[in-house]
Design a protein around this ligand. Sequence first.
Ligand code: TYD
Ligand code: MG
Length: 461
Amino acid sequence: KGKSKTVWVCSECGYSSGQWWGYCQSCQKAGTMKQFSPGVESNGTGKVSGFEFSENVARAWLPQNSADTVPIRLADVNRGVSPLDWRIPLSGLFGAEVGRVLGGGLVPGSLVLVGGDPGVGKSTLLLQTAAIIAEGHAMGGTAPVVYVSGEESIEQIGNRADRMKIGATELFLYSSTDIKDILDKARPLSPRALVIDSIQTVYLQGVTGSAGSISQAGHVTKSGDIAGPRVLEHIVDVVLYMEGEKCSSHRLLRSVKNRFGTTDELGVFEMSHSGLQAVSNPSEMFLSEEYSDSEILAGLAVAVIMDGSRAFLIEIQALCIAGSPIARQVNGVQASRADMIISVLMKQAGLKLQENGIFLNVVSGVSLSETAGDLSVAAAICSSFLEFPIPRGVAFIGEIGLGGELRMVPGMEKRASTLAKLGYKKCVVPELAEKFLSTLDLEGMQILACRDLKEMINTVF
Ligand code: TYD
Ligand code: MG
């Protein structure tokens, strides 16, 4: 077994550090920093307990016997053999969405950790994924998959599978919290995959500490962070987080660590009565319901934000009320950014907003954290102030400078082509972007290039 880097981990809060401290740098508790190296754990007595999260189980593509291998010159490394070639593809719309976040499928022998707030849908995701792997439509046939729950009885899981119309014949359910027992019972089935729901409920006999403590596995904090598994995050190959909005059925699956792919893919799902469904056209999911042309409201502007490698459309709402100068409320937009945009609109574009209360809101509870949305915020404010609705099919991309000038933002091409794909007719962009975008096929979408806010207002309003 290769020598691996030692980390010191607080047994209380999961804080990890490259060096030992007398007290935890995070939670300040004394004497809680325990030595940890993947596959080997000191139990404090100087004796090493066999914590079988061993490196060579987790990373089957690494040479198992390092005695025979020597360092190889970069040029001589065989590129043909890559973990990427060994991926298990996941079939169906849902499978494809999960697979994309994983970097193109599951790599055999890999350990994937899924985190997220309680109730967000982790168990649902895992059960559906387990069923797809067991059915093996893209893998040449069925194979056993074992789904172990430390939280629910197999009857409960069975009922849920029925509601989700899961009928995979090779899916095995087991309820246990004892790792040794789980491995003993799963091994004879030679499963294609083993799912453990969840890691904080399982324990290894003979290792001190309660289930979920650092010497056992890890736990998920109230905020959904994987705390104990800071250690787990070091060991596993892929870390996925599931996120959702309380008032929305959309669920996002994000990869925060991936040894086999990029971490900027984002999976979009919708929680339905029969489980998670992939959202095939997520670009328009944040838009409010379609309005007919006669009922378009003033104060609405569409912005394009990037998340991972994908562009999303969001809708900014502004409400200007004359005569309530103090009120200024923002929701989903950074307050300081909103203040800046409002000031620039007054000073550089001559809008008399001083006498107005201004409210800003991003539809669907998304937050706008990119300056690329500046121009939409400004357009929404202008639209409400001038009581002039922005026609449908018009969107805005661009950052605003203090001089009122429009600036380029990253991902111009992706944003513009997403708008074009969704049938947008006009897109207002910074002047510099025009030449840049002229080489793209934008399906007839007109590019309205503007130097500054004044020009934008003259063009649109
Ligand atoms: P769950 O997967 O148990 O969440 P986690 O494992 O992350 O705690 O999902 C919990 C919620 O999802 C629960 O409130 C009910 C809802 N749900 C549906 O809306 N539809 C479904 O088909 C299922 C299985 C769950
Ligand atoms: Mg669960």
